[in-house]
Write a protein that binds this ligand. Structure first.
Ligand code: AMP
Ligand code: GLY
Length: 423
């Protein structure tokens, strides 16, 4: 089989590594890819949003299966373009990727189908949003409706902050058209957990749980980022929580999408908040999380190609999804200054230390091959994942392993997985 992966981050590196383990795969391509993905795949210089070019490439090369890693192309309808060309592709069509592409849509869906989530109102008119705030309780959460690189969510502690937020999202269009509509939502407290799942339109199979660390600095301080590290499983995701989510959230979401004529095939990522009233949905994503994929995929026992094909063919009910009885921790090595401003182009040394090191992985996020060697080329540079017999062991291993790679301005959080001490 020839497989094409669309994307260029640590998530796509983890997908490429996992796909390379399948005995059914002969060749892997990745567009546009990065310097780490090159170990498993031929990187092709076509952007993830160039759907026609990508489809033409897939036809020319005789690609048997395309896996889309990123949200932007999914929400933009890449799957529809590939399907129209008769190409086999894994991911939701445009009418289903809206589950991630529009927060207003997903909130209305949850309300209509009684899926637990925070109370909210949607607004298209900034004046109405401002008027609503006058009687609101604080803190309150403002969300730009569309994709905003994970930055379109503002938690506002005061009326003034919220007024400023409405102004920046809806009037100044800080996140562009993503802010044409805004969700104003009740603030929830509790532990956050990410549960990713495979979906074939009818059946859903959830993967092992994970927890992300979104803020840039230790102690969950600093700005929101794409994610600074993850651990899996989450000790807070108990059997009781799992039972509740199975009963009220997971299948209910898949069925709701089908009832709306928006059959969902692909990955649904449930961002959950474990509140005192029970688990509630914070958000949906229509793809693997990054860095969640970097801890979940290394623990998955199944051949990923078999699971992906079952999703496309509607036979997921025949798959028994299995995960190793261990734990994994991923520490993101970023460029100092991320997510605001940072320098690029520093040589990375020590990558070879991970070669054939069982249970350790270095997934590339922002790297580039130059004649000086592999250099830093982004805010999040590498994800270093280590497995262990339990979470504490995995955490110790990950923090040992980050010493194996060096680059100027290397920055990471020192408290990834600290929460497990409270479990
Ligand atoms: P989202 O992109 O919707 O997951 O939001 C990003 C982050 O903002 C989440 O991971 C939470 O930490 C926080 N957040 C979002 N919605 C809420 C809410 N209703 N209450 C409290 N925190 C929230
Ligand atoms: N790590 C969060 C996300 O991928 O959206």
């Amino acid at each position: 089989m020839k497989v094409l992966i669309i994307g260029s981050g640590g998530r796509e590196h983890a997908i490429a590594w996992k796909v390379s383990k399948s005995p059914r795969v002969d060749e892997i391509y990745c567009a546009p890819g990065n310097a780490g993905i090159e170990e498993y795949a031929k990187c092709v210089d076509i952007g993830a949003m160039e759907f026609e070019k990508l489809a033409a490439f897939a036809k020319e090369e005789g690609i048997d299966l395309t896996i889309v890693g990123m949200d932007d192309p999914l929400v933009g309808g890449i799957v529809d373009v590939f399907e129209a060309e008769g190409l086999r592709v894994f991911g939701p069509r445009k009418n289903a990727a809206i589950l991630e592409g529009s927060k207003a849509f997903s909130k209305d869906l949850m309300k209509k189908y009684n899926i637990p989530t925070a109370a909210y109102e949607n607004f298209e008119d900034p004046e109405k949003a401002l008027a609503y705030l006058e009687t609101a309780k604080f803190p309150i959460v403002l969300k730009a409706d569309g994709l905003a690189l994970g930055k379109g969510v503002l938690i506002c502690n005061t009326l003034q902050e919220a007024r400023d937020g409405v102004k920046s999202i809806m009037m100044d269009k800080k996140f562009g058209t993503a802010g044409n509509t805004m969700v104003i939502e009740e603030f929830m407290t509790g532990r956050e957990v990410s549960v990713l799942s495979f979906v074939d339109g009818k059946t859903i199979r959830t993967m092992t749980s994970a927890q992300d660390h979104k803020r840039a600095k230790d102690g969950d301080q600093g700005l929101n980022t794409g994610g600074m590290g993850t651990f899996s499983p989450s000790p807070f995701y108990t059997d009781e929580v799992d039972d509740f989510c199975n009963q009220y959230i997971y299948q209910a979401t898949v069925d709701a999408m089908a009832s709306e004529g928006r059959e969902f095939k692909g990955i649904i990522f449930f961002g959950l908040m474990l509140t005192e009233e029970g688990p509630k949905v914070l958000e949906y994503n229509a793809r693997f999380g990054d860095p969640e994929a970097q801890v979940v995929l290394p623990r998955m026992k199944n051949d990923m190609i078999e699971v992906v094909e079952a999703c496309i063919d509607g036979t997921l009910d025949q798959i028994d999804l299995q995960f190793e009885d261990n734990a994994a921790v991923c520490v993101v090595l970023a460029s100092d200054g991320y997510p605001v401003s940072y320098e690029k182009g520093f040589v990375i040394s020590g990558l070879e230390n991970f070669k054939d090191k069982e249970g350790y992985y270095v997934f590339h996020a922002g790297t580039k091959r130059t004649d000086k060697g592999i250099v830093t080329n982004g805010g999040r540079v590498l994800g270093v994942t280590a497995k262990g017999k339990d979470l504490k062991d995995a955490r110790a291993n990950a923090y040992e392993a980050i010493k194996l790679v060096e680059f100027e301005n290397k920055y990471c959080r020192n408290d990834i997985g600290k929460a497990i001490d409270e479990a």
